[in-house]
Design a protein around this ligand. Structure first.
Ligand SMILES: [Zn+2]
Length: 90
């Protein structure tokens, strides 16, 4: 897993804040409902303005779908976001 490098898209908001997409895995301690084990896979997006979202699915093969959904959400946010890039404080 650590050896696979996935290039994920990034978006720039109207005023320069960057929206990044990352892979997202959630582990549950116990899940009696699922026959697929206790992990959920997906993608999440996060903007430098602090807004974020995610799309999570059960199976690893759903990842391309969650990426598509998260990509659209990230792009949509970038098209509306007027946040400036964070200013370095040091
Ligand atoms: Zn934003």
């Amino acid at each position: 897993m650590a050896s696979t490098t996935t290039t994920l898209p990034r978006y720039r908001g109207l005023c320069g804040a960057i929206v990044t997409i990352r892979e997202h895995t959630t582990r549950y301690a116990y899940d009696s409902e699922s026959e697929f084990g206790s992990e959920r896979y997906g993608h999440a997006w996060e903007c430098e303005c602090g807004v974020s979202g995610s799309s999570v699915e059960m199976m690893p093969h759903d990842r391309p779908r969650t990426l598509q959904r998260v990509r659209e959400a990230a792009n949509e946010h970038a098209a509306q976001c007027r946040a400036l890039p964070p200013t370095a404080t040091k």
